[in-house]
Write a protein that binds this ligand. Structure first.
Ligand code: ZN
Length: 218
């Protein structure tokens, strides 16, 4: 019996190897031509090199005075990435670029922030979750051709009336810069957040699920 089974075993092993190999090739092929769903989380840098990054919560240069991300990455749902790249393309034609301060924020990070500052005037309550937790929000400003930030009247995460879109007491120059940021972002599917000039929500992401998907750090 053993003698008779040997060639069968050998044949099966070869068949397994061939099948296995062809499956690997197929997996690689499908990966290179992968169709990404709009709600899949992706890393912005894999789709564009035209953004400037200053991920404030990946170091302690923020109002929490705490580093809450292990590493600085800008993950967003794919549809947010597409809309953001379209907006940035418009800004680039005008000699500007988008600079990013924050993108998708996993729910555990939101909880961490809430633990440091449990005040819903400054941090979204993790029991409700924010659009950042849904992968549809970005905190941004604009830089000029030299990389210098345009004057938007207040820094990022300034908590005061001056950060509101409709704050009336700025010179026209500052109002115009905020208006430019707002106009192009809205043309590309984003909504403003009245009290923070830097925060934009992708309209089509408002009802996506809060997520705790995390990215790997090297
Ligand atoms: Zn924000």
């Amino acid at each position: 019996m053993n003698f008779n089974l040997k060639p069968v075993f050998f044949f099966c092993s070869i068949l397994f190897l061939v099948t296995c190999q062809s499956q690997t090739v197929k997996a690689l092929e499908s990966k290179s031509q992968k169709i990404v769903n709009d709600t899949t989380f992706v890393n912005l840098k894999n789709y564009s090199n035209d953004f400037v990054y200053d991920m404030k919560y990946a170091n302690s240069d923020n109002f929490l005075k705490a580093k809450v991300y292990d590493c600085a990455e800008c993950f967003l749902r794919f549809k947010t990435v597409k809309a953001l790249i379209a907006a940035n393309d418009s800004f680039i034609k005008m000699g500007h670029k988008i600079k990013l301060f924050d993108c998708y924020r996993p729910l555990d990070i939101q909880k961490k922030m809430w633990k440091i500052v449990p005040n819903s005037s400054y941090v979204a309550d993790p029991s409700k979750g924010s659009i950042h937790n849904r992968g549809g929000a970005v905190d941004i400003t604009l830089v000029d051709a030299t990389g210098k930030e345009l004057d938007m009247g207040t820094p990022f995460d300034f908590f005061g009336l001056e950060a509101a879109h409709n704050y009336p007491n700025f010179p026209q120059e500052i109002k115009d810069k905020r208006e430019l940021l707002k106009t192009v972002m809205m043309e590309n599917g984003f909504n403003i957040f009245d009290s923070e000039w830097w925060h934009y929500n992708l309209k089509s992401a408002l009802n996506d699920k809060v997520s705790n998907t995390k990215w790997k750090c090297d």
